[in-house]
Design a protein around this ligand. Structure first.
Ligand code: ASP
Length: 315
């Protein structure tokens, strides 16, 4: 039995201690702790990495603090359209969905796509039809609504701007209402199998069916037993352009980098060069973990079978 590890994130961005209240910090720490325990519990019982990352993501999706499923940001048209992806590093099987509405847990739908659809990536209405056919749980619009996200969208809906769910000008209001963050999880199980998953509402005021990095295999989400599992968060366009998650894997496979070195290369150099703000979490097959970001903060947590664990927000 090897070392097993779970790592999660709840989004990266302009997250400053000076803007936080103790109550808000506590709420985030608790939410991250719940996600961590749900996923780590699966690993501890000998469960698979893929089931562990899914279990962690479901808990985070259900929490209105995060920009994923319930609490997702609004599009230009005032809708909530969600993206998610999951990947099993032991088989390179993957499932992803984009632009789905009313699906309670987009990660469940991504898992269903991976396991039963014969496809990897479904979008929009087709993905919704598939959810209905497979009996995936749906919820009415009200379930996903949060006043804060709505206000955040209203402030920029008449402009051409789109934004991360935690931009500076929104920060004060955002802190008051205690919500932000795409969510992600990566795990290495007792057998050394690796998995990764990411779920998001994307960026506020997105339009024309904009798709971020989160559901794109290799950009925001990637897992391969040979190298690592990665889940990203940040300005998705730059993570797509750097093929961020897969580049980490390539640096490990072809250049012999450690997980930490490879994550730093992508996040602190390649992304910075094109002004790509954000971060990523990773695990390797030996249960090592990385949590690297170039923004002021990233909601993050990990727990490993060697007894180490941490929940952190700032740099
Ligand atoms: N990466 C996500 C996107 O671009 C947003 C985020 O991580 O908050 O859709």
């Amino acid at each position: 039995m090897g070392r097993f590890t779970l790592v999660i994130h709840g989004g990266a961005g302009t997250i400053l201690k000076s803007d936080m209240t103790p109550e808000l910090e506590q709420a985030y720490a608790q939410a991250l702790g719940e996600g961590l325990e749900a996923g780590y519990g699966v690993l501890e019982e000998g469960g698979s990495a893929i089931n562990a990352v899914k279990a962690a993501i479901v808990i985070l999706e259900d929490n209105i603090l995060f920009n994923a499923a319930r609490g997702s940001v609004f599009t230009k048209k005032g809708l909530q359209e969600m993206d998610a992806a999951i990947m099993d590093g032991s088989t390179l099987a993957a499932g992803a969905i984009t632009g789905v509405r009313n699906v309670r847990n987009p990660i469940e739908l991504a898992m269903e796509v991976m396991r039963n659809s014969n496809h990897v990536f479904l979008s929009g209405k087709g993905a919704g039809d598939y959810a209905i056919k497979q009996g995936i749980k749906l919820e009415p619009d009200e379930y996903f609504f949060s006043q804060f996200r709505y206000n955040q969208w209203r402030a920029i809906r008449d402009s051409d701007t789109y934004s991360l769910d935690h931009t500076h000008q929104e920060l004060e209001e955002l802190m008051k209402d205690k919500k932000f963050g795409t969510v992600g999880a990566v795990a290495c199980d007792q057998q050394g199998n690796i998995a990764a998953a990411t779920s998001t509402g994307g960026m506020t005021n997105k339009k024309y069916g904009r798709i971020g990095d989160s559901p794109i295999i290799g950009a925001g989400t990637y897992a391969n037993n040979k190298t690592c599992g990665i889940s990203c968060t940040g300005h998705g366009e730059m993570f797509i352009r750097t093929v961020a998650a897969h580049t980490v894997s390539c640096l490990m496979e072809f250049k012999g980098y450690t997980l930490q070195q490879a994550c730093e290369d992508v996040v602190l150099q390649r992304l910075v060069e094109i002004k790509g703000e954000g971060g990523m979490i990773g695990v390797d097959k030996d249960g090592n973990h990385a949590m690297v970001f170039n923004s002021a903060g990233m909601y993050r947590a990990f727990r490993s079978s060697d007894g180490s664990s941490d929940i952190a927000i700032y740099s």
